[in-house]
Design a protein around this ligand. Structure first.
Ligand code: ATP
Length: 235
């Protein structure tokens, strides 16, 4: 599976998002439309404050637009009940976000099993799947370590293992290599692209790094809350 299919994974349709009210209102997204195809890799780029994380949070169903809609499986997400949205987020999505910290006192294995606990997977099965995910990121020898006792790059690999343990359709990553040294950052990048190319997992990443962005099928450039240009093979 090395080419994106024509099926749409998720769409934003003319979404707008404003933070604050009246004279303090800030229009973070001002009418953004975007179709993300199943299996493609897409980088969202733009200056600080351009609305990248806001767009990512809407696509990831972590926040809701003030206007416009997010469509998943051809359904307007706003028409679904919260419990259904939570279920979809947990089963379809994996997250590599810096603010989604690991629990440092828990073992690496427990951290990776968390999405499966939330998803109600039984204990023997979740252990098996978490071990397989940790093996995929080369951390089989660290499963019993406390998450605090790992290097930055190892922690990021645990986060990736946690993101892929529920076999998501889409992985969302916000500056996944931001805090890593060049070599470790490249390993983490490669791991994400391998998941995209080998397993067909759609990859949506926010980054400031132009070299990293250039490796994606498509780059979306945001400025002042609007898409100002797109480039890449699929554009
Ligand atoms: N909760 C909030 N309340 C008020 N303003 C906010 C909030 N979240 C974001 N903003 C503002 O919305 C704008 C877009 O923020 P966003 O985080 O989407 O930008 P970004 O492109 O991801 O920036 P960065 O690259 O610095 O992370 C910024 O000006 C920010 O200050």
């Amino acid at each position: 599976m090395d080419t994106p299919s024509s099926a749409t994974a998720i769409s934003a349709v003319n979404v707008r998002k404003t933070y604050g009210k009246k004279e303090n209102a800030f229009h973070a997204l001002r009418g953004v439309s975007l179709d993300i195809r199943q299996g493609e890799s897409i980088a969202i780029v733009g200056k600080s404050g351009s609305g990248k994380s806001t767009l990512m949070h809407l696509l990831a169903l972590l926040d809701t637009p003030d206007e416009g809609s997010i469509r998943l499986d051809d359904r307007d997400v706003s028409s679904l009940r919260a419990v259904e949205v939570n279920k979809m987020r947990n089963s379809y999505y994996g997250f590599v976000f810096q603010q989604f910290f690991l629990n440092g006192r828990q073992s690496v294995l427990d951290n990776v099993m968390l999405p499966l606990v939330i998803g109600g997977v039984r204990p023997a099965e979740r252990k098996k799947r978490a071990r397989a995910a940790l093996e995929a990121v080369g951390l089989s020898d660290k499963i019993k370590n406390r998450a605090n006792d790992l290097s930055g790059g190892q922690k990021q690999r645990v986060v990736i293992a946690r993101a892929l343990v529920n076999e998501p359709r889409i992985i969302f990553a916000d500056e996944p290599t931001g805090n890593l040294d060049t070599h470790t950052g490249e390993q983490v990048e490669q791991m994400l692209f391998d998941l995209n190319k080998q397993k067909g997992i759609t990859l949506v990443v926010v980054t400031h790094d132009p070299e990293f962005a250039a490796r994606f099928d498509r780059q979306i450039f945001l400025s002042d809350g609007q898409i100002v240009s797109e480039s890449g093979a699929a554009a």
